[in-house]
Every structure is written in structure tokens, then in C-alpha cells.
Design a protein around this ligand. Structure first.
Ligand code: CS2
Length: 487
């Protein structure tokens, strides 16, 4: 079978990008070529190009693995997006122009960042890709890629923050205005976080550069949402059935998609609203809603579900007890929120329950369980403090915390890998603790993880401990049943 390479070879029934791809120049450099970006930003951009045209195609940058880069370049940037529901539909996306593997060709990356036509640098690098010092919220110069970039002349940046600073530095030197740096990861006020890290990095190199960035560049915050499982053999088979071509870059996703963007783009932007993006003045309420109701619940069900033997999110929804805990978690999370403009939180919760149960989406609990130390502070611990401030229930957050601890403990002996940048610390804390209270204290004591106020909260500690005892003593299934019976 021939590889997917050109639109003209495709069956006429396949939806394809209805614009002149070659005529549309590049306006976006995107860092992080994962499945999520291909199901989200690239799709909104494809829709914007159909609606209004413009030089807004994407050069994608990969910082680590080169596989996805080579595949996309071989396919001329084209790939199939499968949307799975009761039926699967598909379309071919054309917004990616080309891809560059940063370690192999740093000069091409710098040229793309410095090009006057590049007006947006967007990133999907996951929480751990930022290099945030958990204790201060500033730049963590012990993260290897950040440390290497700080010590270098930035001719071959390894970190996303280093890359953005290198690009802005070159633009300033060439008398070209800055690009807009656009964070598309699940962090609260992600634009503000990125700005702080970029300024922190720039200030350590050159105070004038930092002042110039501060005065001229913008860093809008965004809330991104689309559940996107990893590509599997079935993704490729179904894509082949649709297009008649081999597509190693095909991805699959759910029908739902949401993007709420702070409208602060001084160098212009594509008409993303034509693809359904919502442009607002302040994204914070939407970000918090999504983080605590969707992502927080995801983390809870991922730890409890993985340890209880549930492979996919939809399996956790098929377990009646766990389903009740999932619903309870969303309600507990909603009670920590202020009103979100234009959104009925009850309807939002109902819609999430339907999305999580989608029988056509194979979303692995083990994938969501990854990087707990990076995710729990924003998804669970901040929400716990917010609940305490309101005098609201925090039992589900304590249950989620205990489930994470049981997941860490369960990795001892090698049944599975924790997959977390702080894995070594987690393993050493968990292997020296035999009983639930030792495990709890060792994990609570990890620097910069659990907020001090929460660590010192005796009721929180006791609530987590009582759940953890059941999880370790009687198993996760029994703990889930007990927790649900008490509702
Ligand atoms: C998930 C997210 O893996 C995870 O931690 O919670 O990737 C989630 O699926 C997306 O944010 C949905 O938009």
C-alpha cells in the first residue's frame, strides 16, 4: 500500500483540507508533536485556514524522539484524524507544513523561530516539560535540559523555555518583533507560568533581553480539552480503510473539543474561532474548572482504576462503585469553583461522565497515572485547600491522594513502572515504609510536592491514612467498595 502523501490520491469521500496548502505560508512554530497537538491545535488551525486562509501553517518541532518527525515529513505533513463515537468518522488534516527534529537540526529550528513570518510559538510539552521549581514557581535550574541551556550559547536549545528565549533573542538582534508564546498544557494560568519562566531564563542571560521580552512579548493563557488516547494498530488499520493509504501518523480522538483562549495576540493569529475556539479576556475560571473537574477526576480514577485492574477509563465507568466515586469527585471539585461564565457546572459534569464512558475510546488509566508529582498539585492539592477555605467536603481529594500513594507502593517489586520524573525519590520513600502511616509521611514529606498547609492539616492526614490503610490492607477493590458504600 502507498503511504499517505498527497491529497489528490485520496478517495473523494474523504474530507480533506479545502485550501491551497502550498500557497499558505508558515505562521506558527509548534513545540511538541504529540497526538494531542494533532487532535487539537492543528485541527483548529486547519479549520481557520479553510475559513479565512492566511499564512498560518505550522512547523512542528520535536525535542526528543525523531520518529514522529520523520513520519510526518515523509507524509508531507498529512495525517488522518479519526473521531470515535458510536461511529467513527475521519478527515485528513493539512495544517502541518513540516517538522524538525531539534537535536538533529538546531539551526533549522532557530531559523524557524527567528523568521519574521513566525508570529506564534505554541507548545504542548506536558507539565514536566516546563522546568518549574515546585518550591518557588520559578525556573528549576536543576532540570537537565534547563541546566544545559543555561550553561550554553543557545545555539542548540534542549528545553522549550530555552528555545523560546533563543528565538526571541535572535528576533531582537535582527530587529524583528517578538512572537506570541502560547502554552497549551494543563496548568492553571499557563501563559503566566510560561512568561515567568521565560523571563527568569532571559534575565540570567541578559537583563536587556528580559526587559525587551517583558515590554513586547505576549503570553496568553489557554484552556485546552480533547481526550486523545495513544495511536494503536487499530488506529492505523481504520485510517487505512478510510483513505486507502498507509498512515503512520494517524491519530484518534473523541468528538468533544474545547479551546478557550485569552485574546492577547499582538502579532496576529489564525481565525481559530471558526473552528469553535472561544476567545475571552480571562481564561482562569475555565482553566480551573477543567483542571479540577476533568483532570483531577482523571487522576483519581487513574490511580484507583489502575491499581484495581481497570485498563481503560471506560472500564472505570463500568464499575458501578467507582462510577459513583467519579461522579462524587466531580461534584466535590465543582464545589471549589466560582461561577464560570456561560457554563452550567452541572451540565458540564454530566457531559464529562458521558465522555469518560465513551465505549469507542481506549484511554489507558496507566497513561493518565504518569507524572503524578507534576499533576497532583494543580489537580488535587490546590483543590483540597480551596475546599477547606470554603468549609466544603474534601473526602474525594483525600481518597485520590491515598490512591496515588497506593499506586506508588504497588510499583515496588516491579509490577509496573511509576513513570514520573521524581520516580527515584518516590521509590525510595515507598520502599523504606512498610505500613500505611510510614508511606503517607514519607510521601507527604517530599519537598515541594504537598503544600505545607495541607501537610500540617491533621484531619486531611487522618482522612488519607484511613483510606490508604484499606487500600494496602484489603486491596483497591475493597477500598472502592467501602468508599462508595459510605456515600
Ligand atoms: C489526562 C489529560 O493524561 C492526563 O493526565 O488527564 O491528558 C486529559 O485527557 C486531557 O487534558 C483532556 O483534555
Amino acid at each position: 500500500m502507498t503511504p499517505l502523501q498527497s491529497l489528490s490520491d485520496l478517495p473523494t469521500a474523504v474530507a480533506t483540507p479545502r485550501y491551497d496548502r502550498d500557497a499558505a505560508g508558515v505562521g506558527i512554530v509548534h513545540v511538541g508533536l504529540g497526538a494531542f497537538m494533532r487532535a487539537h491545535l492543528a485541527v483548529y488551525t486547519d479549520d481557520a485556514l479553510v475559513a479565512e486562509g492566511g499564512d498560518w501553517r505550522i512547523t512542528a518541532i520535536g525535542l526528543r524522539s525523531r520518529d514522529a518527525i520523520d513520519v510526518l515529513n515523509k507524509q508531507n505533513g498529512l495525517y488522518t484524524l479519526l473521531v470515535r463515537d458510536a461511529e467513527t468518522s475521519g478527515r485528513v488534516i493539512g495544517s502541518i507544513a513540516d517538522a524538525i527534529h531539534a537535536p538533529s537540526d538546531p539551526a533549522a529550528v532557530l531559523a524557524a523561530l527567528a523568521a519574521p513570518g513566525t508570529r506564534i510559538v505554541s507548545i504542548t510539552i506536558t507539565e514536566k516539560g516546563y522546568g518549574i521549581d515546585p518550591a518557588t514557581g520559578g525556573l528549576d535550574d536543576t532540570v537537565p535540559a534547563i541546566a544545559a541551556d543555561l550553561a550554553s550559547d543557545l545555539s542548540a536549545p534542549q528545553s522549550a523555555v530555552g528555545l523560546i528565549v533563543a528565538g526571541l533573542e535572535r528576533r531582537r538582534a535582527h530587529g524583528v518583533g517578538p512572537f506570541t508564546a502560547l502554552s497549551c498544557d494543563n496548568l492553571p494560568e499557563n501563559g503566566r507560568i510560561l512568561k515567568r519562566l521565560v523571563l527568569d531564563f532571559a534575565r540570567r542571560r541578559d537583563g536587556d533581553l528580559a526587559d525587551w521580552i517583558e515590554a513586547n512579548a505576549c503570553f496568553p493563557s489557554t484552556m485546552v480539552d480533547r481526550i486523545t488516547p495513544p495511536q494503536t494498530e487499530k488506529t492505523r488499520t481504520d485510517a487505512r480503510a478510510l483513505t486507502g493509504a498507509d498512515d503512520l501518523a494517524a491519530i484518534e480522538t473523541e468528538p468533544f473539543s474545547q479551546w478557550v483562549i485569552e485574546d492577547d495576540f499582538r502579532a496576529g493569529r489564525p481565525a481559530w474561532e471558526k473552528g469553535g475556539a472561544v476567545m475571552v479576556k480571562d481564561v482562569h475560571a475555565y482553566e480551573r474548572m477543567k483542571l479540577v473537574m476533568l483532570n483531577g477526576t482523571h487522576s483519581m480514577l487513574a490511580y484507583a482504576g489502575h491499581v484495581a485492574g481497570h485498563r481503560f477509563v471506560r472500564d472505570t465507568m463500568a464499575d458501578p462503585d467507582l462510577k459513583r466515586l467519579i461522579d462524587r469527585h466531580m461534584q466535590t471539585a465543582a464545589a471549589t469553583l466560582d461561577a464560570v461564565p456561560g457554563i452550567d457546572l452541572d451540565q458540564y459534569r454530566q457531559a464529562l461522565l458521558v465522555r469518560f464512558a465513551n465505549p469507542a475510546i481506549d484511554h489507558p488509566t496507566y497513561q493518565i497515572a504518569m507524572d503524578g508529582t507534576q499533576k497532583l498539585p494543580t489537580r488535587i492539592f490546590d483543590a483540597t485547600l480551596a475546599a477547606m477555605t470554603r468549609g466544603a467536603d474534601f473526602g474525594s481529594f483525600a481518597f485520590a491522594t491515598a490512591a496515588w500513594m497506593a499506586y506508588v507502593k504497588g510499583a515496588i517489586g516491579g509490577a509496573y513502572a511509576i513513570r514520573d520524573p521524581r520516580e527515584a525519590e518516590l521509590l525510595s520513600a515507598a520502599s523504606s515504609a512498610q505500613l500505611a502511616d510510614g508511606l503517607l509521611d514519607a510521601l507527604l514529606a517530599l519537598p515541594g510536592l504537598v503544600p505545607t498547609e495541607l501537610r500540617a492539616h491533621e484531619t486531611f492526614r487522618q482522612t488519607v491514612l484511613s483510606r490508604l490503610r484499606v487500600m494496602l490492607g484489603n486491596g483497591m477493590g475493597a477500598a472502592i467498595a467501602k468508599e462508595a458504600a459510605a456515600l
